[in-house]
Design a protein around this ligand. Structure first.
Ligand code: XMP
Ligand code: MG
Length: 183
């Protein structure tokens, strides 16, 4: 996508399309190896993880099941409270299964820590996390993301599934939104 087509909406590109694809390919190779000979179900977190699921799963050289959840964090503003509500649950029973959660971004980690516990409580054999992006705040909570695409600074980013007021999800790269759009 041509940046000029977006006006001045994107201040700068943080991770390019090529960097994302190369990194997802590397992570897929790692997952291929780690889960060799084992059952695997990918659980994508709607809506942010749509791009990551589509691209990452196509790099996997193996059979894989896919399912989706949509969750919403209670709490005012842009920071999540850790109290999570399920908007769309899994269609599958994950009892005894090996789950890999696919997420767009790990910020405070509250959402993912709740989700991991929730899936384990259903009797999943294992629950691991793949996230495209990780922000510095994630270091303060105990969410182990086994597969991390990129560590980025604590700035609001959009693109590659991430939105601002539901827009910019379709950008093939990740960028910082221009301040004039939200201040
Ligand atoms: P946690 O619980 O890890 O929440 O704090 C992660 C969720 O917060 C949202 N989030 C962002 N969304 N650009 C976005 O578009 C960002 O820079 C950003 N940082 C956090 C997102 O919904 C993610 O799932
Ligand atoms: Mg999200």
């Amino acid at each position: 996508m041509d940046l000029s087509a977006l006006g001045n909406d994107i201040e700068r590109v943080v991770v390019s399309e090529e960097q994302i694809q190369n990194r997802l390919k590397e992570l897929a190779a790692q997952v291929n190896k780690d889960y060799e000979g084992r059952d695997l179900i990918l659980v994508g977190v709607l809506k942010g993880a749509i791009m990551a699921m589509a691209d990452f799963s196509r790099h996997l050289q193996r059979h894989v099941d896919m399912d989706w959840m949509a969750v919403s964090s209670y709490g005012a503003g842009t920071k999540s409270s850790g109290v999570v509500r399920i908007l769309k649950d899994l269609d599958s029973d994950i009892l005894g299964r090996e789950v890999l959660i696919v997420e767009d971004i790990l910020d405070t980690g509250l959402t993912l820590s709740w989700l991991t516990e929730n899936l384990l409580s259903r009797g999943a054999k294992s629950v691991s996390v793949l996230t495209v992006l990780r922000k510095p705040d994630a270091a303060t909570v105990k969410v182990e993301a086994k597969y991390v695409g990129f560590d980025i600074p604590s700035e609001f980013v959009v693109g590659y599934g991430l939105d601002f007021n539901q827009k910019y999800r379709n950008l093939p790269f990740i960028g910082v939104l221009a301040k004039h759009l939200y201040s």
